[in-house]
Design a protein around this ligand. Structure first.
Ligand SMILES: NC(=O)c1ccc[n+]([C@@H]2O[C@H](COP(=O)([O-])OP(=O)(O)OC[C@H]3O[C@@H](n4cnc5c(N)ncnc54)[C@H](OP(=O)(O)O)[C@@H]3O)[C@@H](O)[C@H]2O)c1
Length: 325
């Protein structure tokens, strides 16, 4: 089968198309013919062994992914496609089912075929949804759901979502809306309309206004793009407020410190523990018309280097999709 592989950590140019062995499903696994997969910040960070995040994080990243060179040569976690074959013990799926999900740090989705256990994060696709759209659900969706759950966002609470135009941010707006929160979203001028259309009650254009200086306070500040800090947000948090982080080692220390001292907390719970139930929850939201795919660009598999370069600009709106079949 054709797959995008990489044999050493580095820039997008280490990615190349290759013919590799088609995987064979284990007894509890499903073989999926992948039609579309997301190209994500996690793919890019893993591919360059998280070097941009400093030596310590890079060492930890390599302990997970392979020291010196990657153990798993095929990146890609969020996928959509059709079940091609089944392990002998699989009961939930049949050949021909349209499925979507996330293999997480097992990766393997940037390929024509991938295997995933039926008990993992895989579900049948929402009725009427295209594979491109289904592949764009889980990256931001699972992360935003995890953050808002551990951040204990409740109905009627005021939330500010910073970086509301990214994969996690766009998903965060839709999930927070479902939770019944009052949403202020922060993004660039060009993304105001899309963010408003997802359900934000008000939108702040960060090129024109600094949310940290306008005197407003929030029960939750969700830093969905990792560009803020607790220090900058603390005066904008109401008493008992929570700052939800998606990035940054310092936030781990701050989360421990604020869990004991002070009444404003940093919440940064990693690694996230996404489950199949979460994928099914997102599917239900889609079928209820409360969640949709936000896709910025699509690239054919052959243009993976271009796709990765674009994701690395950190300027995508929602998701970037690799079309495969
Ligand atoms: N904790 C985890 O498990 C986990 C998993 C995956 C990702 N992450 C982290 O989560 C963060 C977000 O990931 P993502 O995939 O959602 O990001 P993304 O899609 O790449 O975010 C891009 C968006 O962020 C906006 N943006 C960029 N710089 C900004 C700034 N300074 N202020 C406001 N908006 C800005 C961009 O719009 P403009 O340029 O127009 O502003 C763009 O729309 C990343 O830091 C990533 O490393 C964490």
């Amino acid at each position: 089968m054709r797959a995008v592989v990489y044999d050493r950590y580095g820039p997008p140019e280490v990615l190349r198309l290759a013919d590799v062995q088609r995987p064979v499903p284990k007894v509890d696994e499903v073989l999926v013919k992948v039609h579309a997969a997301a190209v994500t910040r996690a793919d890019c960070a893993t591919r360059e062994a998280n070097r941009r995040s400093g030596l310590l994080i890079s060492v930890i990243s390599q302990l997970v992914s392979g020291v010196g060179r990657p153990r798993q040569r095929i990146l890609g976690s969020e996928f959509a496609g059709v079940v091609e074959a089944l392990g002998a013990a699989v009961t939930e799926f049949s050949v021909g089912d349209r499925v979507f999900g996330s293999s997480g740090f097992r990766f393997g989705a940037h390929a024509q075929f991938m295997c995933i256990p039926e008990s993992a994060r895989i579900a049948s696709m929402p009725a009427g949804m295209s594979c491109d759209d289904a592949a764009a659900i889980c990256d931001g969706g699972l992360n935003a759901l995890w953050c808002l759950k551990v951040g204990d966002l409740r109905k009627g609470q005021r939330i500010l979502i910073y970086g509301a135009s990214g994969a996690i941010g766009t998903a965060g707006v839709m999930v927070a809306k479902y939770f019944g929160a009052d949403i202020t979203a922060v993004c660039n001028t060009k993304n105001i309309e899309v963010v408003r259309s997802l359900g934000a009650d008000r939108v702040i254009d960060y090129t024109k206004e600094d949310f940290a200086k306008n005197g407003e306070t929030y029960d939750v500040i969700f830093d969905a793009v990792g560009k803020q800090s607790f220090g900058r947000c603390v005066d904008s948090l109401a008493l008992g407020g929570r700052y939800l982080a998606t990035d940054g080692l310092a936030n781990l220390v701050l989360a421990m410190w604020t869990s004991r001292f002070g009444n404003k907390k940093v919440i940064f719970s990693i690694p996230p523990r996404y489950t199949k139930k979460d994928v099914l929850f997102l599917k239900e939201l889609i079928e209820a018309g409360k969640y949709r795919a936000v896709i910025d660009r699509r690239y054919p598999m052959e243009d993976v280097v271009e796709a990765a370069r674009y994701v690395e600009t950190e300027q995508k709106t929602g998701n970037v999709i690799m079309t495969i079949a």
